[in-house]
Design a protein around this ligand. Structure first.
Ligand SMILES: [Zn+2]
Length: 235
C-alpha cells in the first residue's frame, strides 16, 4: 500500500506530463493553419513581380521613344538626300534636326542600358523570391503534416494521462487533493518535491532530519520542504 506522499508523487508525475502535453498541444493549435511565413514570402514575391513589370515597362518606353526618334531621323535624312529640297535654310534645318535627333537617341540609349540593368536586377530578385517561396511553402506543408500528426498523438496521450490521473486519485482524500492543488497552483505546477540524498531536488535545500523522517513515513497532512514549501516525497 502506497503512503499518501507516494500517491501524490505519482499524481505529480502524471500532472507534469499532462502540463507538458497540454502546453505543446496549445503550441501546435497555434501553429496549425498559421501560414504567416508563407504569406510574408508571397508578399515579397508579389512586390518583386511588380518591380519587374515596372522595370520592363520603363525599358519598353525608352525603346519606343528611340524607335520613334529613329524613324523621324530616317525620314528627315531621306528628305535631306532626296534632292527634293533645294532651299539652303531648309536643308540646314534638316541637317540640324538629324544631328539633334542623333544626340537624343544616344542619350536614350544610355538610359536604355541602365534600364536593362535595372530590369535584370529585378528579374533576378524575383527569381530568388519565387524559389524561396517554393522552399518555404514545401517546408510549411511538411511541418503542418507533422504538427497535425503530433497533435492527434498528444490528444490520445492526454486521454490516457487523464485516465491514469483518475486512478492515481483513488485513495487520495479531497482535503489532500485540495492542498496538492493549492501548492501546485502557487509553485509553478510542481507541488511534490522528491528528496534525494537528503536534498530537496526542486529547490536544492536540505530539509531537517526530522522533516525527512516524517516525510518518509508518509504522514497526513504531508510534510513540506521548509524552504520551497512543496510536499516532500522521500522514497
Ligand atoms: Zn524544496
Amino acid at each position: 500500500m502506497m503512503n499518501v506522499t507516494a500517491r501524490l508523487y505519482v499524481l505529480q508525475q502524471i500532472d507534469t506530463k499532462l502540463d507538458k502535453s497540454e502546453n505543446r498541444l496549445r503550441e501546435l493549435e497555434q501553429a496549425i493553419g498559421n501560414d504567416s511565413d508563407v504569406r510574408e514570402v508571397t508578399a515579397a514575391l508579389e512586390a518583386a513581380e511588380m518591380k519587374t513589370r515596372a522595370a520592363r515597362r520603363a525599358y519598353q518606353a525608352i525603346e519606343d521613344d528611340i524607335d520613334m526618334l529613329a524613324r523621324k531621323k530616317t525620314a528627315g535624312e531621306k528628305r535631306l538626300y532626296s534632292g527634293s529640297v533645294s532651299n539652303p535654310k531648309e536643308l540646314q534645318d534638316l541637317q540640324d534636326e538629324s544631328v539633334s535627333l542623333a544626340g537624343r537617341i544616344s542619350t536614350l540609349e544610355e538610359r536604355q542600358l541602365d534600364a536593362m540593368i535595372a530590369q535584370d536586377e529585378s528579374e533576378s530578385i524575383e527569381t530568388k523570391a519565387r524559389k524561396q517561396l517554393e522552399v518555404v511553402r514545401s517546408k510549411w506543408n511538411r511541418e503542418q503534416a507533422t504538427f497535425v500528426e503530433e497533435s492527434s498523438e498528444l490528444q490520445a496521450t492526454i486521454l490516457c494521462l487523464n485516465d491514469e490521473r483518475e486512478t492515481a486519485l483513488i485513495g487520495v482524500s479531497s482535503d489532500l487533493q485540495e492542498s496538492y492543488d493549492v501548492v501546485r497552483r502557487h509553485k509553478g505546477g510542481i507541488a511534490v518535491a522528491e528528496v534525494t540524498d537528503n536534498i530537496c531536488t526542486v529547490c536544492g535545500m536540505a530539509p531537517s532530519a526530522v522533516r525527512i523522517r516524517q516525510a518518509r513515513s508518509g504522514v497526513d497532512p504531508p510534510v513540506k520542504c521548509g524552504n520551497c514549501a512543496r510536499i516532500m516525497y522521500v522514497k
